[in-house]
Write a protein that binds this ligand. Structure first.
Ligand code: ZN
Ligand code: ZN
Length: 144
C-alpha cells in the first residue's frame, strides 16, 4: 500500500496518507498567493479518510474565490500551513506539497485559477489549465 508522510517544519504536526493522491495541482487563486509567498500554492488532493493527521493546528476560515468555505490548518508553532478542508467538499483533504517528507513525489498535474495569476507567473505550458475552479475530482485515484 502507498504510504506518503509529511508534516510541518517544526515537526509538531505530522500526517500519513495511505492512498495515492486524487490529483496534484498548482493554484493561483488570490488567496493562495498570500499563503504561498506570492506564488501558486502546490497541493495534493486526497480522499479525506486516506489521511491521518497528528498534532494540534490552528484553523483559519475564509471564503474562497470559488465560493467555497475553506479551513486552512496551520502549525501554531512554526506557522506552516499543512492542509486545508472545504465545507462544500468534506470527502477531500488538501495537503501542501512543501510539507511532504519527499516533495519530489508530487509533480503537479494541472494549474487552476490562472486568471488570478500575475503577468509574470510561470505556468507550465505542458499541463492542463483552468481559468477558475475546475469540477471537483472524483474521490478515487484518477488516471492523470
Ligand atoms: Zn510546526
Ligand atoms: Zn488557491
Amino acid at each position: 500500500m502507498t504510504t506518503i508522510k509529511g508534516g510541518c517544519l517544526c515537526g509538531a504536526v505530522r500526517y500519513t496518507a495511505n492512498a495515492e493522491p486524487i490529483t496534484i495541482r498548482a493554484c493561483w487563486c488570490r488567496v493562495c498567493q498570500y499563503f504561498a509567498t506570492g506564488n501558486a500554492s502546490l497541493n495534493l488532493v486526497f480522499a479525506r479518510e486516506a489521511v491521518a493527521v497528528t498534532g494540534a493546528t490552528t484553523d483559519y476560515a475564509s471564503l474562497a474565490d470559488s465560493g467555497s468555505h475553506m479551513h486552512r490548518h496551520f502549525c501554531p508553532t512554526c506557522g506552516v500551513q499543512v492542509y486545508s478542508l472545504v465545507d462544500e467538499r468534506p470527502q477531500l483533504i488538501i495537503m501542501r506539497i512543501g510539507t511532504l517528507d519527499d516533495p519530489s513525489l508530487a509533480a503537479p498535474r494541472g494549474t487552476i485559477w490562472t486568471k488570478s495569476a500575475p503577468p509574470w507567473a510561470l505556468i507550465d505550458p505542458a499541463l492542463p489549465r483552468f481559468e477558475g475552479q475546475p469540477p471537483p475530482p472524483a474521490p478515487k485515484p484518477g488516471p492523470g
